[in-house]
Ligand binder design. Structure first.
Ligand code: ADP
Ligand code: MG
Length: 702
């Protein structure tokens, strides 16, 4: 089929129309929509339902099952207004199946109570649950019917993600208006015709209409599972857009030049010889990969992923030596002051004996110390610079930055990572980038999420580590743990007690940590116990962490703030409360704080029974394996990649339709399509990126 000329401008014109063009969108509504990244008609087309309500039929009450959602119609039998712990309104309705259902409201107005007169017919929709007196729906959406009203909905009703300050009905109307302006299929399409034919998926127009307005005979199961061909079509294009966006960044970056750091490697060799240990095979391999990259005249962009404790820092130090040897600077940035300080300690211990000067820049470095550090960085006297975000501040000027190393990069956004690179950018070159993470990503995902990076894996731990013995215990057995801590500390070991709660607000968790701290202090008066949580000011928090690191504290009660990177080899016992609430990646990170020294370590996962099936499986996985990659695969399987690939972790925005676990099978196709598009129609590639990766995508995960 010959290609139809001209579709693009029509699409661009309609799709880019600002939302103010819709009826009902004044400045206030526009602002609320904009707060969610919804600026144009196209943004609304791509704002997809997260649920459907089937209002095309009415289910007999007798047929209902708890857990299912249904539309029900019945006559009000009885109304009861009560007050137990809070006001409650209970409305019993019954239908021709001669069964009764209770509608339960906790928030209601007097007018609502008046509506439910016995004998009135209501139609309601909601999810059923087993109540004290049979089936009930809490806060159903409902409508009182006129005497002669019988018509049913024509289609499945889409339920959109809520937008603050905008009611669901108004939102649905706006989206319907936007859809009414959807251009015809050819004008909307960005995938070239031959590509589309080979995919055997619906056109974008058809896919959007199906997803927003599913016909009454649509496969609801597939729609709810996200496996409907219409959703696959959208997911494919979205994944393609994200992949293309990363590929483009990479292409742009490779057009830049970088310093060739191709010295003989004498400094790095001297560092290796001075280390008290031999590099593992994996460290050697990864360092060789980094070295090969650095020798090229284009900027390296390499991710080193390695499990907690796999020894990434020393690889970073070796890489820095290649820059220093060529008379250039290297910078190492860490997400927390504590971690940065730990790196500083290592770098000074390793590098100063080699005659390399290490400067230190962090928030708390002020006054004279800061001025002299800035001088050393600007003059080039400091060859290696270690610090926190402070490295990117205004006023920091590098003499000659050739290598920017970012540790635990998932804690930074892509933008911060790039900001450090930009610090070192000159007219004719940009620094090489090495990013390190202890959050392994399964290979399938890595290729998509990190399409802009080369990935190296340190997939081997240094020898002599004894695996952490992991047990899961019901919270009732908490008292036994006090004895266990007493014994460990009596032997000169240190221990962590990690507090987590279902309510993740810092304040509530901080309170829980505080009371745990008090209880443990009372039970273990002979121990030196410290407390850190997210509500503390940075200075006391770091002082406490440091005291623990220096052995001045025996037991550290903490929230998950200790999660990243902290290295206290003498700590050999960790207790994690409410472990059933944490994801695998986080449990793995936490557990990685112990088992870093020679002593056999253990980790106790305390849980509140009863355990859900998923929670049981997570704890079981933790007991069975220590391999971060296995855990990451399992995490993906159990939880989906949404969280694994949070915005911060990858720089990828949350997806609107795609789900990397569910849609993994599309990925090979995505890569093939991307290759083809970049080679044949880079302009279309750009427009696909603009369609999906602008506006809302940036906000979806916020
Ligand atoms: P991570 O990869 O989690 O950042 P670190 O770089 O902090 O790990 O290393 C963890 C510990 O292992 C440090 O105390 C480090 O000195 C030590 N280490 C690193 N490499 C080796 C090795 N090849 N043999 C023995 N110990 C090592
Ligand atoms: Mg580290």
């Amino acid at each position: 089929m010959p290609r139809v000329a001209r579709p693009a401008p029509a699409f661009a014109a309609v799709g880019d129309t600002p939302l103010a063009a819709l009826a009902g969108v004044g400045p206030r509504v526009a602002e609320k929509l904009a707060a969610r990244g919804l600026l144009t008609l196209q943004d609304l087309w791509l704002q997809l339902p997260r649920q459907y309500e089937d209002r095309t039929r009415i289910s007999p009450i007798r047929s209902l099952q708890p857990g299912a959602a249904a539309q029900v119609e019945g006559v009000v039998e009885a109304v009861e207004r009560g007050f137990r712990y809070r006001p409650v309104l209970r409305v019993a309705i019954s239908d021709e199946s001669r069964a009764t259902l209770v509608l339960r409201f906790f928030h209601f107005r007097a007018t609502q109570v008046a509506q439910f007169a016995p004998g009135v017919r209501v139609r309601c929709y909601g999810t059923l649950r087993a109540g004290q007196h049979g089936l009930e729906i809490v806060h159903p959406s409902y409508r009182v019917l006129d005497a002669d009203e019988h018509a049913l909905g024509e289609q499945l009703d889409p339920v959109y993600p809520a937008i603050e300050g905008l009611g669901p009905v108004s939102l649905r109307r706006l989206i319907a208006q936007a859809l009414d302006r959807l251009p015809e299929a050819e004008a909307l399409e960005l995938l070239p015709a031959p590509m589309r034919t080979s995919l055997a998926l619906p056109s974008l127009r058809e896919a959007l209409l199906t997803v927003h307005r599913p016909p009454r005979d649509a496969d609801v199961g597939a729609l709810l599972a996200g496996t409907h061909p219409a959703q696959q079509r959208l997911a494919l294009e979205e994944l393609l857009a994200h992949h293309l966006s990363l590929r483009r960044q990479r292409i742009a970056l490779q057009r830049d030049r970088a310093a060739m750091l191709a010295g003989p490697g004498v400094l790095a060799q001297r560092l290796r010889e001075a280390l008290p240990f031999a590099l593992t095979g994996a460290q050697q391999r990864v360092f060789a990969q980094v070295r090969a990259d650095l020798a090229k005249p284009m900027p390296m962009l390499r991710l080193v992923q390695g499990d907690v404790g796999s020894g990434k820092t020393v690889v970073a130090a070796l890489a820095a030596m290649l820059a220093v040897e060529c008379g250039r600077q290297a910078a190492l940035m860490a997400p927390t002051e504590l971690l940065a300080e730990q790196h500083l300690g290592n770098m000074r211990a390793w590098l100063e004996p080699l005659g390399v000067q290490v400067a230190w820049l962090a928030g708390k470095v002020t006054g004279k110390a800061r001025a002299s550090a800035l001088d050393a960085v600007a003059s080039g006297a400091a060859q290696v610079v270690v610090g926190t975000h402070a490295l990117m501040q205004e006023g920091v000027r590098f003499h000659d930055l050739a290598l920017a190393i970012v540790d635990e990069q998932h804690r930074f956004g892509v933008h911060q990572r790039l900001a450090l690179r930009d610090k070192g950018a000159r007219k004719d070159s940009v620094p090489h980038q090495l990013v390190m993470t202890a959050t392994p990503i399964p290979r399938t995902l890595a290729m998509t999420a990190y399409a802009d990076l080369d990935v190296s894996s340190i997939d081997e731990l240094p020898p002599g580590r004894t695996p952490v013995q992991t047990v899961a215990l019901s919270a009732e057995r908490r008292p036994e743990l006090v004895e266990r801590i007493r014994r460990a500390c009596a032997e000169g070991r240190q221990a962590y007690w990690v507090c987590t709660l279902i309510d993740d607000s810092d304040e509530v968790v901080a309170q829980a940590a505080q009371s745990t701290f008090e209880a443990l202090s009372a039970a273990l008066p002979e121990l030196r116990i410290g407390l850190v949580h997210g509500r503390m000011k940075p200075a006391p928090k770091q002082a406490t962490m440091r005291a623990f690191k220096d052995g001045a504290l025996d037991l550290l009660v903490a929230t998950t703030v200790i999660e990243v990177g902290v290295d206290v080899p003498n700590a050999s016992l960790m207790i994690i409360e409410n472990a059933e609430r944490l994801g695998l990646a986080q449990l793995h990170q936490l557990r990685g704080r112990v088992g870093r020294g020679q002593a056999a370590s253990s980790c106790v996962l305390l849980y509140q029974p009863p355990l859900s099936g998923l929670a049981r499986e997570r704890l079981e996985t933790m007991r069975q394996t220590h391999d971060g990659f296995v855990i990451a695969e399992k995490d993906l399987e159990l939880r989906g990649p949404g969280e694994l690939l949070g915005t911060r972790q990858t720089g990828l925005a949350a997806f609107r339709v795609a789900d990397l676990a569910r849609d993994a099978a599309l990925l090979p196709q995505v890569r093939a399509l991307a290759d083809q598009l970049l080679a044949q129609s880079p302009d279309l590639a750009d427009r696909i990126v603009a369609r999906w990766v602008g506006g809302a995508a940036q906000y979806a995960g916020a």
